[in-house]
Design a protein around this ligand. Structure first.
Ligand SMILES: [Zn+2]
Length: 314
């Protein structure tokens, strides 16, 4: 299951990462947590009924920080949760072992086991969507950190005292190159130069509705402001990636998420800049590829991660 603030994606996944049944529904965090729990239970039962099979367990990738020992969701801002004992509640309701992880780490596991990273034991996934998250596989292990929060690659600083991020810091990669930041920068650029922004406003109907998807569409139409914003975003992403590959020396960098899916042209621009600016030892064996599982990486990875935990409890 991939549990976010707007949707619950559920799938019954086999040992090869194949999807046997799936179910999608909206999350309603504005109601109460019991409603979300009830929706999780209902989604799980629908998938099992559809496939007419039993499951070994339920793996969940949740958009938040998870206590790996207790399965408690410490903080999930998009769900409005603090200290939610999710594993305990679901094990009681479903009678299945439940394994809970951060959603981006689950997606990283999915790409590693069943997607673009199969067979590579040193890789980094960077998912650029509404926010920016990542995961690091180093020496065949998912890097967890001291308190299970390693991989927050969107919050590395690329510009000291730069734009305010949604975390306490200023100048994070996410504050420049995530979906929300691209939208903010685009809206500022249009306000500063309304003539140059005419195409973006026409596509979005309103300045406030200009999003990263608007930039993708305007770029494809040859709009010059969209081109400039896209090239600047690629430079910010490259600045982040240079630090990431220098720090972790992956064999493979997998780029995914809605921003990259919407405009794959980012990848060659990022790659050129990274090869020019990173340490030679960091890039001479580096490959940069697109994520292979799309928006199914989360459910496939959550399932595979749960299976690995259930088979070999830590
Ligand atoms: Zn940040």
């Amino acid at each position: 299951m991939d549990l976010g603030g707007s949707k619950i994606e559920t799938a019954l996944v086999n040992t090869d990462g194949g999807i046997l049944a799936s179910h999608h529904r909206s999350t309603h965090p504005e109601k109460n947590p019991d409603k979300v729990i009830a929706d999780i239970v209902a989604s799980t039962k629908i998938c099992l009924r559809e496939a007419n099979q039993a499951a070994w367990g339920l793996g969940i990738g949740v958009a938040g920080q998870v206590d790996k020992l207790t399965g408690t969701v410490r903080f999930a801002p998009n769900l409005g949760w603090r200290n939610m004992p999710l594993r305990a509640r679901l094990e009681e309701a479903l009678g299945l072992p439940v394994v809970i992880n951060n959603d981006v780490r689950a997606a990283t596991w999915g790409e590693w086991r069943h997607g673009a990273g199969q067979g590579v034991d040193d890789l980094v996934c960077l998912f650029i969507g509404t926010g920016i998250g990542g995961g690091i596989i180093s020496g065949g292990c998912l890097l967890k950190g001291c308190y299970n929060s390693a991989g927050e690659l969107g919050h590395i600083t690329i510009i000291a005292s730069g734009r305010q991020c949604r975390c306490p810091n200023q100048g994070c990669l996410e504050a420049y190159a995530s979906g929300w930041a691209i939208a903010e920068r685009a809206q500022e650029a249009v306000r500063a130069d309304p003539r140059a922004g005419q195409t973006l406003v026409a596509l979005a109907d309103d300045i406030q509705h200009i999003s990263a998807a608007t930039i993708s569409r305007a770029y494809s139409d040859g709009d010059s402001l969209a081109l400039r914003l896209m090239e600047e975003t690629a430079q910010y992403l490259a600045a982040g990636v240079v630090g990431i590959v220098n720090a972790f020396n992956p064999c493979l960098l997998i780029l995914g998420g809605g921003v990259i899916q919407g405009l794959p042209e980012y990848i060659p621009l990022i790659e050129r800049s990274v090869r020019a600016n990173a340490l030679e030892t960091a890039v001479e064996h580096l490959r940069i590829v697109t994520a292979a599982l799309g928006n199914k990486a989360g459910v496939i990875g959550a399932a595979a991660l749960a299976r690995s935990k259930i088979e070999e409890p830590l």
